[in-house]
Design a protein around this ligand. Structure first.
Ligand code: PGA
Length: 254
């Protein structure tokens, strides 16, 4: 049985004072549940602060990007071993904002995923189509190609059974930060396609991979989305910045 993962993606938001308030509120409000895992993916400068504040809680820590290299002359980059050093369990890879504003390609996403796995992190690999691609009926082809690139890269280095260590996030680009959400049926269709693609590589691992939905998931739509058979959690942007909203989403998964 897959556990539900609710991961907050703070994006480039927060400051020392506000992070402390948000995490104190989450610590007070999140009820540890056997069936639900909770994580916050924070900007790199705040990893140490958040690691310290989350010590002795069940809320896990994640980052929002990682270098494909482990160390060396790569100014500005943060490596997977460094994230590991700061207590990260997760790292988001290939978010559409990084694909569109930072030139990330399917290939770089694949290499970063391999680097994260090698350091013992759990990559949350994002895939998703633009509005134009959805309207041209290209959704399955686009997300399929994005996922295949990652699977090819990973399977070059690890046995197929280890695909179970991946988390995938389906985030339709047109739904991110827009208040437009995929309907539960629309999301479920894509999630089922993603799971079939995983199963084609390793049927057993595919059953364990958590496939999250992301894109304007809010307290008022989370329950319906999370009730779908192949939606195993959420990657939450805007609503993760408000403790009451984030906790309401977590509680709709229980
Ligand atoms: P949103 O962002 O919940 O604000 O739409 C989700 C994401 O980009 O991960």
């Amino acid at each position: 049985m897959r556990r539900t993962l609710i991961a907050g993606n703070w994006k480039m938001n927060g400051c020392l004072a506000n992070n402390a308030i948000l995490l104190a509120d989450l610590k007070a409000l999140v009820n540890p549940q056997e069936s639900v895992e909770v994580a916050v993916c924070v900007p790199s400068p705040y990893l140490a602060q958040c690691r310290d504040l989350l010590r002795d809680t069940t809320i896990m820590l994640g980052a929002q990007d990682v270098s494909a290299r482990s160390h060396g002359a790569y100014s500005g980059e943060v490596s997977a071993p460094m994230l590991q050093d700061f207590g990260c369990r997760f790292v988001i890879i290939g978010h559409s904002e990084r694909r569109s504003y930072h030139g990330e390609t399917d290939q770089s996403v694949g290499l970063k995923t391999v680097a994260a796995l090698a350091a013992g992190l759990t990559p949350i690999v994002c895939v998703g189509e633009s509005l134009a691609q959805r309207e041209a009926n290209q959704t399955e082809a686009v997300v399929g190609e994005q996922l295949d690139a990652v699977l090819d890269a990973v399977l070059d280095t690890v046995p197929a059974a280890e695909l179970a260590r991946l988390v995938i996030a389906y985030e339709p680009v047109w739904a991110i930060g827009t208040g437009k959400t995929a309907t539960p049926q629309m999301a479920q269709e894509v999630h089922a396609v993603l799971r079939e693609k995983l199963a084609a590589r390793n049927a057993t691992a595919a059953q364990s991979v958590q496939i999250l939905y992301g894109g304007s998931m809010k307290p008022d739509n989370a329950r319906e989305l999370l009730a779908m058979p192949d939606i195993d959690g959420g990657l939450i942007g805007g609503a993760a910045l408000k403790a009451s909203d984030f906790v309401a989403i977590i509680n709709s998964a229980v």
